[in-house]
Design a protein around this ligand. Structure first.
Ligand code: ARG
Length: 468
């Protein structure tokens, strides 16, 4: 029996019937649907709609449905179920007869789907936090392992200043810790319970909303039934957070691709995460990284779909909302699927430290340090900049680094140069010059590493999931 057939004289067009079903994809919400149904059944007993015997019958049958869904591969093969809500009702009636029809008393699928989707978002976020912790810790391990190795930092993709490899990797750690924080923030707003909101105006029975919320591990009930049944902000916030996360992964992937090319040679691609070319035998291609970059587009597309979908909807529930499900699942699956792979990549990728260190010391990236040297000797900054610019020009002409210029030539540019100049331009000295928190001086990087370790560890304190 359909959930709404009474008013209709004609059957649905078979093509339309099949086309409008969401069960093929919303069946993954079954554990949440069962948990929410259990909470509702308890509230019905409290309200006197179910006897305590009926309640235990319903609760037992709900567990049985969950058990069969897990153990019988054909169980979810139901071409008639319109959606996960209809499926559960059908199965309930098969198991316990007409009592099964009582479960829908005082509730609407509009509040049910809103509840299931919030539970889904909450669970995905909890999964993601653990995976982000693994990922960030993998980056941190490589950062710690890089020790005192330097590399060029770029602006405009031109070599700018040398930094510690650890400092470079910590930049990514910051991005991903922000992603984790955004997800945690999204979780807070998602973790409210729509049950009791009915179709739009609130339940027609005095259901204990506080108890239902509590049973499902929500922080409390939602405040307004119109909003609760039509709100998908939590989905959009979730997918927006994922799209920014995927964007960060894509930036990381792009840089790894660049650094693995022979022109840079900083990174040796791990064979376990690369592929060959069917045509060119010498090739080792960064397919994992390229797919990470590509999948970011997909996740960003999901966010765009959700925004576009929601922007014109009048209150409250509209069937368009069914279309929020797949982009949300897809974005979640895509990011959850990528994380163990990028973590594996990070654990095995080889850094060519000698080459990075060498690159950190070539190409006049110590020019700012050279200017600082003059400033320390009382030369006004703008004039020091000018003088070092001239010295760079001379060094370019001679094909040497700044510290190799003869003192006499330097003094012809500015009288303040002295014999100490070359000793101020080594990698260690240049790195040490950036002696501010957040800068690349080794003592600050060391502290930053410790601090990031602590923050990554905090991601491992998951909120308990209450979907039993
Ligand atoms: N499958 C529907 C969805 O995903 C469930 C809610 C249906 N509500 C309704 N009034 N038809 O949105």
């Amino acid at each position: 029996m359909k959930m709404w057939s009474g008013r209709f004289r004609q059957p649905l067009d078979p093509g339309f019937e099949k086309w409008q079903r969401s069960f093929p994809y919303d069946q993954r919400l079954l554990p949440f649907e069962l948990a929410a149904s259990r909470a509702h059944a308890n509230a019905l007993e409290h309200a006197g709609v179910l006897s305590s015997e009926e309640l235990s019958e319903v609760v037992k049958a709900l567990s049985e449905i969950g058990r069969r869904a897990e153990s019988e591969s054909e169980f979810l093969n139901d071409p008639e179920a319109e959606d996960v809500h209809h499926f559960v009702e059908k199965q309930l009636v098969l198991l316990i007869g007409a009592t099964g029809y009582k479960l829908h008393t005082g509730r609407s699928r509009n509040e049910q789907i809103a509840t299931d989707l919030r539970l889904f978002v909450r669970q995905s976020i909890d999964t993601l936090q653990g995976l982000i912790a693994d990922w960030v810790e993998a980056i941190l391990t490589r950062a710690e392992g890089a020790g005192s190795t330097g590399m060029p930092a770029y602006t405009h993709l031109q070599p700018a200043e040398p930094v510690l490899v650890a400092h470079w990797l910590l930049a990514y750690v910051e991005m991903f810790l922000r992603d984790a924080a955004r997800l945690a923030d999204c979780r807070k707003r998602a973790n409210l319970c729509p049950l009791g909101s009915g179709a739009v105006a609130g339940a027609t029975l005095t259901l204990n909303r506080q108890a239902m919320a509590q049973a499902l591990g929500f922080d409390g009930p939602t405040a307004n039934s119109i909003d609760a049944t039509s709100d998908r902000d939590f989905a959009l916030e979730f997918v927006n957070a994922l799209s920014l996360f995927a964007l960060h992964l894509s930036r990381w992937a792009e840089e790894m691709i660049l650094f693995s090319t022979p022109a840079y040679g900083f990174v040796e691609l791990p064979e376990a995460y690369s592929t060959g070319s069917s045509a060119m035998p010498q090739k080792k291609n960064p397919d994992l990284l390229e797919l990470v970059r590509g999948k970011a587009a997909r996740v960003m597309g999901c966010a765009t779909t959700l925004q576009t979908l929601l922007k014109g909807l009048p209150l409250a529930y509209n069937k368009d909302l069914q279309e929020t499900q797949e982009p949300m699942f897809d974005a979640s699956d895509t990011v959850i699927g990528m994380l163990p792979l990028v973590t594996g990549f990070m654990n095995t990728v080889e850094f060519n430290e000698a080459k990075m260190n060498q690159a950190a010391q070539a190409g006049y990236m110590n020019a700012w340090a050279a200017a600082a040297y003059l400033v320390e000797r009382g030369v006004p900054s703008r004039l020091a900049h000018e003088a070092i610019g001239k010295a760079v020009q001379l060094a370019v002409e001679r094909g040497c680094e700044l510290q190799k210029l003869p003192l006499a030539d330097l003094q012809a540019i500015h009288a303040s140069f002295d014999a100490a100049f070359p000793s101020c331009l080594g990698l260690t000295e240049v790195l040490g010059l950036h002696d501010v928190p957040g800068g690349t001086a080794p003592r600050h990087v060391k502290r930053a590493l410790q601090n990031a370790r602590e923050r990554a560890g905090l991601l491992r304190s998951p909120e308990p999931l209450a979907t039993r």
